[in-house]
Design a protein. Structure first.
Lengths: 507, 348
């Protein structure tokens, strides 16, 4: 056993690397910049967690989602790692400033890109020896990433401010143009690229064309009742997710719950944990569900609405079959879906009229802060604000000075053009998604091509276009009944004394 | 229950408000708005139990609940967005009085409750997994709670003993509430054998409304906290350490401290760089909450007596009406002070 494998075993309890991990780890340890595109569920985080034990100093990990960060911190702690901390908006201010004083003591420093905008935080970081600068979900860096996060675009500057430590950019889904964006933004020319196929051979692909939304709903319910779980069903609206969960529950499809960003944190965590521990068969959710849900045995992922682009689709179906066992992805499609999904996708974009009115209301002759402040006023959604703030900042650099009538006119023109460009891009991505849905040739081939790959060899099980039998995905006749709820006294007894029935939650 | 739990809670508020407040005031009480007006409304109309107990309430939900009451002729729409109960409504409310969560004390506990519950559920989960010898992912992600629970367990030593204490205390507390409330509370707990259920899952299981389940759950929590505070639940009292609610808002507390040092209102406004009206709000809050606080320095006895008499004669707590009855010779501040002091002597 070589040193690397020994460390892997000692720290993580794995006897061997999973495909792709070793090459990335070796390049990172050699101090090279690395762009790694590894499929979801392939153990991306190990690519920086292992080097952290072999490099001097701290590893800084920039991560876009608080829940994702919390999951990783929690996993590290469970392995006995104490030198880990996460900085994000939900942290208590006092705690944050306390930790800043002793930052260098931490082996893992997680931070949201928003936190990195703080001068105080950056100053503290500069006193720390950062041996590796990790950007997780690096596709967010591209302004053409499907998850628009303007603060990610500044990560290149931040990396330079920290003395340009070696950089590892991780992503599961980045088509070639996004890869280029990542490399350019982070200033990592000459980076080693480890690009693995987005193809997941054990996931069969299928599209069901339906005649109407009602037909779709009926077919979806039928599938959900017949397929072997556990499974995830994606919707583009919270309401549909809730309603379908109720419908599935009533028709005896198993133990079903819904999950979306409108629920409070505790209820969301409960549903996520119930799913992980096998207390649920099906989760009906929006795209808010999934990141950080490391469940090996998800057997199917259904889409009641198609996502707004193929990258998102690949991410979402990638939550199936991480254990390598046969799994199924079915997308349900009916006429009118495209218009509906387009409306959802473009909700973040102001119409020219809204933008015009907003520009008009800016105080004449004021400074740019007034424009920034005006973002808070008229009930924009968070993503609209984020987008406008990004465009505004860009224009401010281009045309410094006061907001004269003329400057306001130009501002409107340039922002309208930027929004229009984003609209066109979104439509192009949706068009791509839509074409994939309506494809008459092999779906797998088309999917990998969108990521600049070619499929080599034929799969035994592929997609509905290549011929797919759903027989192997049906439910076993006997499925374990949900454990009955007992009297509260007995439940409490089981909880704290551990005698009584066998463990329902044991994996 | 035919009309929904939201309607029941609303009807309770309408009875107390007696047509003197608009629907928005109900909204502010439930959502726990920290404005002087809402704080006083909660006191004057004895709605303290409900203060801040339905944080995600929407105006739309309340409007719907009001519509349901009107349709069933349980309430009337007097003026725009103001409703009063009909005789049938009063009767209906009395008939269902048992549905009111009688331990609820939002006024005192709505701020401490989330952290108290986080501690309790995380300790339950941790002890359960220790007893079962399992690793687990904490059901709470709040860093403050994780740290607190860790310290607590380290300081306690024997896990077996602690599990036993927790069990005894929970059983004793749950025996004092209804079977249904005890079931709801237990199902919310996460153990080594079961991840806790969501409100919706419990509601579906019991075939009740989620809102009802939520209030029953809160009712149990507030009961536990109250028992802890009077010394009848020692472990719960430990879980409450540092969470025991202050009587005054932080800002009012500061003003109170300056007052006790002998500063005048003007001086305090100057020192704290606050508007005079804000200091006035604080003083009203202090008058309503601190027993024995004298309002004599702010309103002379004669005026105070006149205000009291007018309020009683008019049977109203509407500031404007009282002020008009006294020909505008008293200020709103003076009326609010007197009424704040009167809280408790007014029972409907």
């Amino acid at each position: 056993m070589d040193e690397l494998t020994k460390t892997l075993y000692r720290r993580f309890g794995h006897a061997s690397f999973r495909p792709g991990q070793r090459e990335v780890v070796e390049d990172v340890l050699a101090g090279r910049d690395v762009l790694a595109m590894l499929p979801t569920g392939s153990g991306k985080s190990l690519c920086y967690q292992l080097p952290a034990y072999l490099l001097q100093g701290s590893v800084l990990i920039v991560s876009p989602l608080v829940s994702l960060m919390e999951d990783q911190v929690e996993q590290l702690r469970r392995r006995g790692e104490k030198r880990v901390i996460a900085f994000h908006s939900l942290l208590d201010a006092e705690e944050k400033w306390q930790a800043l004083a002793s930052l260098a003591e931490f082996r893992f420093i997680y931070a949201s890109p928003e936190m990195l905008q703080s001068a105080k935080f950056l100053t503290a970081l500069r006193r720390v020896c950062i041996s590796l600068f990790v950007v997780d979900e690096a596709h967010c860096i591209s302004q053409w990433g499907y998850d628009f996060r303007p603060d990610f675009l500044k990560l290149g500057e931040i990396r330079r401010a920290l003395g340009a430590p070696p950089c590892l950019a991780l992503t599961a889904t980045a088509p070639p143009e996004v890869q280029e964006d990542i490399i350019r933004t982070l200033g990592m020319d000459g980076a080693r690229r480890h690009i693995h196929s987005v193809d997941r051979p054990n996931i069969a692909l299928c599209v069901e064309h339906c005649s109407s939304t009602e037909d779709k709903a009926a077919r979806l319910v039928d599938y959900a009742k017949r397929l072997e779980g556990p499974g995830i069903i994606y919707f583009s609206s919270r309401q549909w997710a809730e309603e379908t969960a109720r419908r599935l529950d009533q028709c005896g499809a198993g133990r079903v719950a819904y999950y979306h960003a409108g629920m409070d944190g505790e209820q969301r965590l409960l549903v996520q944990q119930q799913f992980l521990y096998g207390q649920l068969d099906i989760v009906c959710c929006t795209s808010a569900f999934g990141m950080g849900v490391n469940k090996e045995n998800v057997r199917f992922v259904l889409h009641f609405h198609m996502p707004t682009q193929l990258e998102a689709y690949v991410q979402e179906i990638g939550r199936a079959g991480r254990d390598g066992a046969p799994s199924l992805a079915v997308l349900f499609y009916a006429d009118g879906d495209r218009a509906m999904v387009q409306a959802v996708a473009e909700a973040e974009l102001l119409s020219p009229r809204e933008l015009h009115n907003w520009c008009q209301r800016l105080p004449q002759g004021a400074g740019w802060e007034a424009a920034m402040a005006a973002l808070e006023a008229p009930g924009f959604t968070d993503i609209q604000k984020r987008l406008l703030a990004y465009f505004l900042e860009r224009e401010q650099r281009e045309m410094p000075g006061w907001l004269t009538a003329e400057a306001k006119g130009r501002l409107y023109g340039r922002m309208a053009a930027a929004i229009e460009a984003r609209r066109r891009w979104k439509r192009k991505k949706l068009q791509e998604m839509d074409e994939w849905v309506n494809l008459s040739s092999c779906r797998r081939q088309a999917l990998v091509r969108a990521f600049g790959e070619e499929l080599t060899g034929r799969r035994d099980v592929c997609c509905d276009r290549c011929g797919l039998s759903l027989d192997g995905y049906g439910r076993a006749v006997h499925r374990p009944e949900a454990a009955p709820v007992r009297h509260w006294r007995e439940e409490l007894w089981d909880m704290l004394f551990g005698e009584g029935r066998t463990n329902e939650a044991a994996k | 229950m035919r009309h929904g739990y939201a309607s029941f809670l609303l009807a309770h508020c309408l009875r107390r408000f007696n047509g003197e407040r608009m629907l928005a005031a109900v909204y502010h009480v439930f959502s726990g708005k920290k404005s002087a007006q809402t704080l006083q409304d909660s006191k004057w109309f004895q709605l303290e139990p409900l203060f801040g107990t339905w944080k995600n309430v929407t105006m739309a939900a309340l409007e719907e609940a009001a519509m349901a009451l009107v349709e069933q002729r349980l309430a009337l729409s007097a003026k725009q967005r103001t409703y009063t109960l009909t005789a049938a409504g009063e009767e209906w409310l009395d008939k269902h009085a048992a549905l009111f969560p009688r331990h609820l004390n939002g006024w005192r506990y709505h701020e401490a409750e989330p952290l108290f519950w986080q501690r309790l559920s995380l300790i339950g989960q941790t002890l359960s997994n220790l007893v079962h010898g399992r690793r687990f992912a904490p059901i709470c992600r709040d860093e403050r709670t994780l740290q607190w629970v860790k310290q607590y367990l380290l300081a306690k030593g024997s896990r077996q003993m602690l599990a036993k204490t927790l069990h005894q205390e929970l059983v004793r507390l749950l025996e004092a509430v209804s079977e249904e409330a005890a079931t709801i509370f237990t199902l919310r707990l996460t153990s080594a054998v079961r991840i806790g259920w969501t409100m919706e899952q419990i509601a579906a299981h019991l075939q009740k409304e989620a809102l009802y389940v939520q209030f029953q759950f809160r009712n149990v929590l507030h009961y536990m906290m109250a028992e802890a505070e009077v010394g009848r639940a020692p472990m719960m009292a430990e879980l409450m350490s540092g969470l025991a609610p202050a009587v005054l808002t932080q800002s009012a507390q500061k003003t109170y401290e300056w007052l006790r040092k002998g500063k005048t209102m003007e001086a305090i406004a100057e020192i704290r760089r606050l508007k005079r009206s804000t200091i006035e709000d604080h003083i009203v809050e202090i008058a309503a909450n601190v027993p024995g606080f004298s309002i004599a320095p702010f309103v002379d006895d004669e005026k105070a007596a006149a205000i009291r008499a007018a309020a009683q004669a008019l049977r109203t707590r509407k500031l404007k009406e009282i002020r008009e009855a006294l020909d505008g010779k008293v200020s709103y501040f003076e009326i609010r002070l007197v009424l704040a002091k009167e809280v408790g002597r007014w029972t409907s």
